[in-house]
Each structure stands twice: as structure tokens, then as C-alpha cells.
Design a protein around this ligand. Structure first.
Ligand SMILES: NC(=O)c1ccc[n+]([C@@H]2O[C@H](COP(=O)([O-])OP(=O)(O)OC[C@H]3O[C@@H](n4cnc5c(N)ncnc54)[C@H](O)[C@@H]3O)[C@@H](O)[C@H]2O)c1
Length: 320
């Protein structure tokens, strides 16, 4: 089987992708600096894939790490919650730009045939429609709480497109929405929304305070399902343009907290702090293209089951 490199392969989404690729019999190389990824995430594939540990900001390492790969799934990125992103735009932009430049040069050097790059729904502007289709890349500013990160993802997409046009490489671009899972590495105040909320509830806060009305809604997809979409898009050779990875169906913050409480067997009072921002009222993914390209795709983890898995994550992480 072909040699496949997964950058960020020890991370939340990447590790599920590695599981699937190894199960399919591929020779997989995980490229990660373990700044957020964890070796435990690779426990199912221990001894069955190669791990090349290093920082992709280092051009020499990037070139060595991707040597010999026929296919590269590029997921490595500084990807923290909005608490970090909103306060560190330049850092997010520069870190991710350095990785982009090194990875694209290393891919060229290695003569890679297939490349998947991981963009984000954050490339879309804040005033986009509630259910966002695959919009053109450079229309206004990206999502402003993720300003630097959003621009880095826009540059990643655009550079990869130009690179593919010049080299003929098969390029797949994905734009995940809100992805979660029990392999999340807790980052304290810089963590993503679902782990933060799960911790807030399971720490035993009573009341649990929700920012804003609690009626703001989002869509969430488990990381295993996100990985499945990434793998399938590359397997079928989908190279026509960016594909959203997310669902149209949304839940409100109130519903999400209720699911977490149910999964944790808790029933705290819920209060709303209306002085706090709630962000966009609705952010949902137009899944038309995803359904057209991968009609067989069905999420394998419901949000209710996902919250039970997150309770397990909480107990394993904080030792309750
Ligand atoms: N989780 C989401 O909701 C979401 C949404 C949209 C896009 N994305 C994108 O999907 C990709 C994977 O995200 P994730 O949620 O699995 O995050 P993650 O942080 O768990 O995974 C990223 C991995 O990249 C590694 N990494 C970071 N900087 C590196 C560097 N300089 N050199 C080598 N490795 C490095 C980290 O150690 C980590 O294992 C990222 O590109 C992220 O921007 C994620």
C-alpha cells in the first residue's frame, strides 16, 4: 500500500484519520510536534505506523518528515479555542503561515501525488448566511474572533491552489466547522467550546451560567466522522474545490448543556448572563456539496452519544 503522511496525526482529528488509514492497510507516517497532539491518541495504532516528531516550522524537518510520501493529509496547525485565537491573531497567522510554506515546499520536494489541506469554516465572513455554503475565499474579512487564524487558512487554501495548478498535484481542500471528541487535549482557558462547557458542568457548578440567551446555535460533528470525510474525499479523488465538513442541523447552547447534564447525570440550575456576547446567532454548515460528493456519508456518533464520550474524557482528564 502507498505511503501516507498525516501532519498533525497525533491530534484530535488526525489521530482518527491515522486509525482509519492504518486499518485500511496503508503505510502511515505521523508527523507531529506533540505541542497539542498526544501519543495516547495513537494507542490503537502503536507499532503499526511510524512517528516523526518535530516542528513543521522548521523547513529542514518538514522536508525530511514528508520524504517518501505519495499522499499527504495536512492537518497540523495551531488550533486553540477562541480565547487564544481572539487574543493572538498575529501569532496564529505567523505560526500557521510558516507551517504552510514549509509543508508546500516539502510536498513539492517529495513529489507527492495527492494533497489534502485542512482549512476551516473560519475563512467565512461573520455576516455570511446562517447556513454557510462554500463561499469564495476572499470576500471581506474572515470570522473576526479568528481573524489571524482565518487569514492563515485563506492563505493556505490559496497557496495550495496555485501550487496544484503549477504542479498538477491532486488537491483536496476541506473546511471543517465545529469538531469535537474525547481525544481533545485540554488547554485550560484556551480550550475549545465543548470541552470548556463539559468541564464547567461536570466540575459541579450550580448554577451553570451560559453566555447570552443560550438560544445561539451551532452544528457539531465528532472528530471520527470528520476524519472519515477527509479520507473518503481523497480516496475518491475529489479535487474540484473546498468542501464543508459539518452538518446543517444545529443545537442551541441550552440544548447542548442539557445533553451534557444528562450524560453526566447532573441537574444544575441554568442561568443566562445576558451581558456576555453570544457570537453569531446561528452558524451552520450547508452540507449540500458534502451530500452530493459523498452520498453514503452518515455520521457515526450522535451528539447525545458524543456528550457521553466527553463525560469519559472529563473523567480521564481530571480524574473524577
Ligand atoms: N477542531 C475543530 O473544530 C476544527 C475546525 C476547523 C478546522 N480545524 C483544523 O483541523 C486541523 C486539526 O485540528 P484538531 O482539532 O485535530 O486540532 P489538534 O490541535 O488536536 O491537532 C493539530 C495537531 O497539529 C500538531 N501541530 C501543531 N503545530 C505543529 C507544528 N508546528 N509542527 C508539527 N505539528 C504541529 C499538534 O500537536 C496537534 O497534534 C487543524 O488544521 C485545525 O485548524 C479544526
Amino acid at each position: 500500500m502507498t505511503s501516507i503522511a498525516v501532519t498533525g496525526g497525533a491530534g484530535l482529528i488526525g489521530s482518527y484519520l491515522v486509525d482509519q488509514l492504518v486499518s485500511a492497510g496503508h503505510n502511515v507516517v505521523v508527523v507531529d510536534d506533540f505541542s497539542k497532539g498526544r501519543l495516547e491518541n495513537l494507542s490503537q495504532v502503536a507499532g503499526k505506523c511510524e512517528v516523526r516528531e518535530g516542528n513543521l516550522e522548521d523547513k529542514g524537518f518538514a522536508t525530511e518528515a514528508l520524504a517518501g510520501a505519495e499522499t499527504v493529509y495536512h492537518l497540523a496547525s495551531r488550533a486553540y479555542g477562541v480565547g487564544y485565537s481572539a487574543a493572538h491573531h498575529l501569532d496564529m497567522l505567523e505560526h500557521n503561515e510558516r507551517i504552510t510554506n514549509n509543508v508546500l515546499q516539502a510536498v513539492r520536494h517529495a513529489g507527492v501525488k495527492n494533497l489534502m489541506v485542512t482549512s476551516s469554516s473560519c475563512v467565512h465572513r461573520d455576516d455570511a448566511s446562517d447556513t454557510v455554503p462554500e463561499l469564495p475565499l476572499f470576500d471581506g474579512e474572515p470570522e473576526m474572533v479568528n481573524w489571524g487564524y482565518g487569514w492563515a487558512k485563506r492563505f493556505l487554501e490559496q497557496k495550495a491552489v496555485i501550487y496544484a495548478a503549477e504542479t498538477g498535484i491532486n488537491l483536496t481542500i476541506v473546511r471543517p466547522f465545529n469538531i469535537y471528541g474525547e481525544r481533545y487535549n485540554w488547554m485550560g482557558e484556551y480550550s475549545q467550546a465543548i470541552p470548556m462547557l463539559v468541564k464547567r458542568v461536570l466540575d459541579g457548578n450550580d448554577p451553570v451560567v451560559i453566555w447570552g440567551s443560550g438560544n445561539q446555535s451551532r452544528n457539531y460533528l465528532h472528530a471520527r466522522d470528520c476524519a472519515t470525510v477527509m479520507r473518503r474525499l481523497v480516496e475518491i479523488g475529489y479535487t474540484t474545490g473546498p468542501v464543508n465538513i459539518g452538518l446543517r442541523e444545529t443545537v442551541t447552547m441550552n440544548q447542548l448543556v442539557a445533553l451534557i447534564c444528562k450524560a453526566g447525570g447532573l441537574s444544575p440550575k441554568i442561568e443566562h448572563d445576558l451581558t456576555k456576547p453570544e457570537g453569531r446567532f446561528v452558524k451552520s454548515s450547508d452540507e449540500t456539496l458534502l451530500r452530493t460528493v459523498l452520498p453514503e456519508f452518515q455520521p457515526s456518533v450522535s451528539l447525545e452519544d458524543g456528550m457521553k464520550l466527553m463525560v469519559g474524557w472529563y473523567r480521564a482528564t481530571f480524574g473524577e
